[in-house]
Ligand binder design. Structure first.
Ligand SMILES: [Zn+2]
Length: 541
């Protein structure tokens, strides 16, 4: 009889398989314990990351963003976690155990995105650029001026509009030249890594990780196509009329002037004093039941490359907001309160569901910006404007008419603004100038020398919040729809009803990333995101 023979490599393979199997949690409860432990470690790094980002922008202490990123890399790039998650996803039944399945699904996204964002070459370059763009100053007559404050500072000095524009452009050109090649280099690195994980490019990866695209849904592209089609004729008509009225042929340089020529002049109005903006914002929040001062939300004024910035250091107990000094806009304060409120009322125990924003895949910015816009929108309400902003009814109505009239142009322009970055990721070997011009030709049917994306690399967004700006657009739709719902449920005076705050907590704020964001919306207001309804609110049918 022949002796059965098992070769040494086969023995090793079996041994290895046994050992690795032994290390992988097999039962649901073991899996939960494993993910609890991973979540705890993850949250500890989130707190450090938030603190370092706070230091960078508040300048309260020396910032070290590389430190926590190195810790993320060590934690999230450990191949064992992906193995456990893949194994769990293959075994756990989505219907039977939806929460554990969702935990695994979100971890899968976070671990996948970490292969790109937590790559040491990527994050070191990103952190370096974020710091440089944040601190970049122009020399204006011997004084350092932050880029975001440049226009304001120049307009205080220069009264002639053409001269002001020329000076502004000269400074911006210089900054664009300093950053464009380096931002492109960072983008190429991100693309290379994303392609290594099976995505077409980094932009596509971001859409998947923020639940705008899924294997079974191309929601984002469908929405864009739908809006393209709906706004096409109204846009053409608007430009045609504007062109006739001004007697000018439309180009990239004058399209704004041409479409704005169709708007009506507004009766004069002096708004609320800017120094009252913060108090007014708190009052607006109090009217629906939120006592902002009683919540763990800290607010600091600081020069910033953003309008405002909400940093959730520890959710739900330590939330901090930075706003630019004298920003004076109630809507801006309310927007940041919205981010803060969502974080302080978050009740999900698992850190991976708390919407920490530092790891792509762990939050959905369309929803997060949506919550901020829900709060911001209270100050857009007609009654608010009449009561707190002393706006005449006639003016409020005319503003709305103008907004509706311009909407085919503003909506299409906004779409070009956020598509531009996605197009760049698709075409990193092309001149960004050509990429932008092609987009304007496709969406606004115009040519010209100059285009509004000319200074794209002077913005902090492509570096620190890549492929993010569509979130604001989607957030606007979401906020419109939530306000329509609130009006139906609580009546026309809902902005003075303290039950509204309770409803927001219960149905929108306390939920975390444990449900896909579109399901959270549908579960709360009983409807899917209503794009057609949103367009109809501008008179686009
Ligand atoms: Zn925001």
């Amino acid at each position: 009889m022949k002796r059965r023979f098992i070769s040494v490599p086969v023995v090793l393979l079996i041994l290895f398989a046994y050992l690795s199997c032994a290390n992988i949690p097999q039962t649901e409860s073991d899996l939960n314990v494993y993910l609890d432990d991973l979540g705890e470690k993850y949250e500890a790094v989130c707190v450090e990351m938030g603190t370092q980002n706070w230091n960078l922008y508040s300048k309260e202490a020396e910032a070290d963003q590389d430190g926590p990123k190195l810790k993320y890399a060590e934690l999230l790039l450990d191949p064992k976690h992906m193995k456990v998650v893949d194994n769990g996803l293959a075994r756990i039944d989505r219907e039977e155990n939806p929460r554990l399945y969702r935990r695994l699904f979100v971890w899968k996204n976070v671990l996948t995105a970490a292969r790109v964002d937590m790559d040491e070459n990527v994050f070191r370059m990103e952190n370096q650029l974020e710091q440089e763009v944040n601190e970049y100053t122009h020399d204006v007559d011997g004084k350092p001026v932050l880029h975001n404050e440049l226009r304001q500072v120049l307009s205080n000095k220069i009264k002639d509009a053409l001269e002001l524009e020329a000076r502004y452009e000269a400074y911006s050109d210089e900054m664009q030249k300093a950053f464009e090649p380096r931002v492109l280099e960072l983008m190429k690195l991100r693309n290379e890594k994303a392609r290594g994980s099976g995505f077409k490019d980094y932009g596509e990866m971001c859409l998947f990780m923020t639940e705008l695209l899924a294997d079974e849904s191309k929601w984002f592209y469908d929405v864009i196509d739908f809006i393209e089609e709906k706004t096409l004729e109204p846009f053409k008509e608007l430009v045609e009329k504007g062109s006739m009225k001004t007697g000018k042929e439309v180009s990239l340089e004058n399209i704004r002037e041409i479409v704005y020529s169709m708007t009506e002049d507004l009766p004069a109005h002096v708004g609320y004093p800017t120094e009252k903006a913060l108090d007014l914002a708190k009052k607006t929040a109090a009217n629906i039941g939120f006592d902002i001062d009683a919540l763990p939300i800290r607010l600091v004024e600081k020069a910033l490359p953003y309008g405002g910035l909400n940093l959730a250091i520890h959710i739900p107990s330590d939330i901090r907001i930075l706003v630019r000094p004298n920003s004076g806009r109630v809507g801006l304060f309310l927007h940041e309160f919205g981010h803060g409120l969502e974080a302080v009322f978050n009740q999900t125990p698992e850190p991976i569901f708390k919407n920490y924003e530092w790891c792509l895949g762990a939050s959905t910015p369309s929803y997060e910006e949506g919550m901020a816009n829900v709060m911001e929108r209270f100050a857009d309400h007609d009654k608010w404007q009449v009561m707190f902003n002393k706006k005449s009814k006639a003016r409020a109505e005319k503003e709305k008419d103008n907004q509706n009239l311009l909407s085919p142009y503003t909506i299409r322009s906004t779409i070009v603004e956020f598509l531009f970055e996605f197009e760049l990721y698709r075409n990193l070997d092309r001149d960004p100038e050509d990429v932008a011009k092609d987009l304007y030709k496709k969406w606004l049917f115009i040519d010209g020398e100059s285009h509004p994306q000319k200074y794209w690399a002077t913005s902090i967004f492509p570096v620190a919040y890549p492929c993010y700006r569509q979130s604001y657009f989607i957030a606007d739709i979401l906020a419109w729809q939530v306000h329509e719902f609130l009006k139906d449920k609580f009546g026309d005076d809902y902005l003075f009803n303290s039950q509204v705050g309770e409803w927001l907590i219960e149905h929108l704020f306390k939920k975390g990333h444990d449900l896909p964001w579109m399901d959270r919306i549908e579960g709360s207001i009983g409807q899917k995101l209503d794009i057609a309804g949103y367009l109809a609110s501008f008179g686009i049918d």
